[in-house]
Design a protein around this ligand. Structure first.
Ligand code: NAD
Length: 268
């Protein structure tokens, strides 16, 4: 096993100093929902840290190809894998293809997401199901396919996108909040199941990040969020991507089962 690999799995030599080590050279990462927004930012940041990256989405193959080209421009290998994360067969086929073409998967980032907002009294059950299927079933299916391989190899990590809304709830987003709270429970359980094999599982809970998902908000709503955020700014995709690189890196080798807020203090 190369030293790069032993670092990625978080099992470096006893007493070694990992201070400042955010190098992911030798890692193969899969990022779901990476055609745009936070997922695109994560894919590029992982590539910038040295990882080869599989770019997944279920829509806009052209956008995914553009992200893959950006990964390659950073000197890393890239693969576009179109698949719906809520579909078991598609997920299993995707993970198999990633391993065949890029090599053993060592970083899984469950980022794909949708919103179908409404107050609960008016919410169509189909919108409840769709949000749960994407965030919760999707995270379960992709994690399961990745975990089976990482468990056998005793190396790797999984990073799940939760949300400040999963920790605090939000009027008009009961489906999304339930899914994101579920992701936290899934993360902790998986961390307990996989820890003995050195596979780490963590979540990130972003606050409001400037992406196509939030650009739809009216200006007053955005201002209200800024006013309620101690750091008084809306976050960027880079803010979330930096946290993902940290959690995937040897610098986080003793961290598992946590949900890291990246929210400017909104969740306090
Ligand atoms: P986005 O809508 O800009 O991007 C999400 C991507 O996921 C899209 O490209 C979409 O096509 C893809 N996707 C959706 N369903 C999919 C499926 N079934 N299979 C594969 N791909 C699918 O959203 P974003 O703002 O970049 O959010 C990314 C993640 O971060 C989501 O999980 C979201 O819930 C979470 N998050 C976002 C914010 C924010 O403020 N933007 C805050 C907290 C958490």
């Amino acid at each position: 096993m190369s030293s790069a690999h032993s670092e990625v799995d978080g099992r470096g030599p006893e007493g070694a100093s990992f201070g400042g080590k955010l190098d992911l050279t030798g890692a193969v990462a899969l990022v779901t929902g990476a055609g745009r927004g936070i997922g695109r930012g994560i894919a590029l940041a992982l590539a910038g840290a040295g990882a080869d990256v599989a770019v997944n989405d279920f829509a806009d193959e052209e956008a995914c190809a553009a992200v893959a080209a950006e990964v390659e421009a950073l000197g890393r290998r890239a693969l576009v894998v179109m698949a719906d994360v809520s579909d078991e067969e598609q997920v299993n086929g995707m993970v198999e293809r990633v391993e065949k073409e890029l090599g053993p998967l060592s970083v899984v980032v469950n980022n794909a997401g949708i919103t179908r907002d409404n107050v609960t009294m008016m919410m169509d059950p189909a919108d409840f199901d769709a949000v749960i299927a994407t965030h919760l079933r999707g995270t379960f299916l992709v994690s399961k396919a990745g975990a089976r391989r990482m468990f056998r190899r005793r190396r790797g990590c999984i990073i799940n996108l939760s949300s400040v809304v999963g920790r605090r709830g939000n009027a008009g987003q009961a489906n999304y909040a339930a899914a994101k709270a579920g992701v936290i429970g899934l993360t902790k359980s998986l961390a307990k199941e996989l820890g003995a094999r050195g596979v780490r599982v963590n979540a990130i809970a972003p606050g409001y990040i400037d992406t196509p998902m939030t650009q739809a908000l009216p200006e007053e709503a955005r201002q209200l969020i800024v006013d309620n955020t101690p750091l008084r700014v809306i976050g960027t995709t880079d803010d979330v991507a930096a946290a993902v690189v940290f959690l995937a890196s040897p610098a986080a080798r003793f961290i598992t089962g946590v949900t890291l807020p990246v929210d400017g203090g909104l969740g306090i």
